[in-house]
Design a protein around this ligand. Structure first.
Ligand code: ADP
Length: 484
């Protein structure tokens, strides 16, 4: 079976968050499991220079979208015989300093850029010598593709078009633009702009187009699959997701333990494992020195790595730590995002030198060192489709403190759920008081080294490898599809 993934991010080539990790790891693991896998993603700025494995193909094309002609070219990397990574070149759309926006906000033509990506995906699926049986799209950026496939099957003679699956990594991003721009941006007729099509509260939504037209829908954890059918988490899409509940599945992401490991990790100055934490203690001491914290083994180190956004609870995280100032702890934050939250984090670090450290940048190597040094990992997300950092934390022996939502609900075990195999601390209300209460629980665990070891052991030996998720996706690709 041949699967074509369409994604706006692909680790290690491009990444702003978990989407890149997921598509990179899922495609590699699917190929290792015997599927033929192609991934299509944009050729962003600098990729040709940084990745010498990329080669231009002689496949150049012109697409007519609306009244415009758009030219592109595919670049290729071939990591293994049955894994092909293709990158679509279009300088005007993708040769930009960052993926989605700059200091002024999102790029105004994002809908146009990723509709072009969907069109390139359809072209590829239709003309590859070994056409895919499934197109597996990711998030709103791939939302047009299921509709394009439906349209071409009905009106453009693509009778053996592949089946389509759309994975929701984050429902809050919906690919919205004005209805008037529909034909120009998508190249499709306005007849799709209705309640059961791409119209969404008076605008057009690429995500909704995909959710209405994909044969199968998935999201990245079972609990989030349930949550998004409710008004609290559905971002306005809960009605249609409830309608499509039979086709909506939750599959938890896995961890790429080849990259995220504590034994043979080029980013770590030392190694350690579940039975031997001496290396972890040395990494903690080195990290404390590196980022200007007091070098003290007897202070619990809390870490937070995330996009600094309200989604991630970054706005009440500092208040919670302020509420437990009477206790001894250290905090390290690595993140970028909302400028006001960035400033607040910097200010907080300035107030408590030696105790709080902040690094406002994207730094993958530092993320590994921080996870390895951490005693606790704080993840107070308001919503979390899957979340990867709590999975990395479990493996790295940093006890996760998480809000009980989405993938955090599915992957962390609170001691109230199992006193035999607890792995972390869960709290419910997304506010400073509830998080402060959870921090006090963490500090109590810290003072009881036997209990801390109990949590760490179960977290570090929990298995979130990709094997299980790959099998679950494969079961979906085998489903019979009724297209009437
Ligand atoms: P999301 O995709 O919503 O941002 P996830 O937890 O699923 O959240 O994935 C976040 C990924 O991005 C993780 O691999 C995390 O380590 C990484 N990450 C986020 N911010 C930074 C940063 N400032 N520096 C390094 N890595 C980061």
């Amino acid at each position: 079976m041949h699967i074509l993934h369409l994604s706006s991010e692909l680790h290690p080539y491009s990444k702003t968050g978990g989407l890149a990790d997921m598509v990179g790891a899922l495609s590699r693991n699917q190929a290792a499991n015997g599927l033929t896998v192609t991934v299509l993603s944009p050729l962003y700025r600098g990729l040709m220079g940084r990745f010498p494995d990329l080669r231009p193909t002689d496949w150049r094309f012109d697409l007519r979208i609306g009244n415009h002609s758009q030219s592109g070219r595919f670049w290729e990397s071939r990591p293994t015989a049955n894994l092909r990574l293709l990158f679509v070149e279009h300088a005007e759309f993708f040769d930009r300093p960052t993926l989605y926006g700059d200091a002024r906000g999102e790029y105004p033509d994002n809908a146009e850029r990723y509709c072009f990506l969907s069109h390139a995906g359809a072209l590829l699926a239709r003309h590859l010598p070994d056409p895919p049986q499934w197109i597996h799209g990711h998030d709103w950026q791939a939302g047009l593709l299921p509709l394009l496939v439906t349209h071409c099957r009905r009106f453009d003679g693509w009778v053996d078009a592949p089946r389509t699956l759309l994975t929701i990594h984050n429902l809050a991003y919906q690919g919205i633009f004005p209805l008037e721009a529909w034909e120009r941006i998508t190249g499709l007729p306005r007849s799709y702009l209705h309640l059961e099509g791409a119209e969404f509260f008076g605008s057009a939504s690429l995500l909704k187009a995909g959710l209405m037209h994909a044969d199968v829908l998935t999201t990245v954890s079972p609990h989030y699959a349930h949550e998004i059918t409710t008004a609290e988490f559905g971002c306005g899409m809960e009605g249609l997701l409830t309608l499509r509940r039979q086709d909506l599945h939750g599959i938890l992401n896995g961890v790429d333990y080849a990259e995220w490991n504590t034994q043979t990790n080029p980013h770590l100055p030392d190694s350690y494992g579940p039975g031997d934490l001496a290396g972890k203690a040395r990494i903690k001491a080195a990290l404390q020195a590196e980022i200007g914290l007091e070098v003290r083994a007897d202070r619990p180190l809390f870490v937070n790595i995330s996009r600094l956004e309200a989604q991630k609870g970054s706005d009440f995280l500092l208040d919670a730590f302020e509420q437990v100032l009477d206790e001894d702890w250290q905090l390290a934050i690595l993140g970028t995002g909302n400028p006001q939250l960035e400033a607040a984090v910097r200010r907080f670090a300035g107030l408590y030198p030696g105790r709080v450290a902040a690094r406002i940048r994207f730094d993958a190597a530092l993320a590994h060192r921080l996870e390895a040094a951490a005693d606790f990992f704080v993840m107070p997300s308001r919503f979390e489709p899957c979340g990867l950092n709590q999975l990395y934390s479990l493996h790295y022996g940093a006890v996760p403190i998480v809000r009980d939502t989405g993938g955090l609900h599915d992957s962390v075990v609170d001691i109230r759920e199992s006193s035999e195999r607890p792995t972390g601390i869960k709290f419910w209300r997304p506010d400073a008081e509830a998080l402060a209460h959870a921090l006090r629980k963490a500090l109590a665990i810290w003072r009881d080294s036997g209990l801390l070891d109990h949590f760490r052991w179960h977290g570090m030996t929990a298995d979130f490898s990709w094997q299980r998720s790959v099998a679950e996706y494969q079961a979906l690709y085998a489903l019979p599809i009724d297209r009437r």
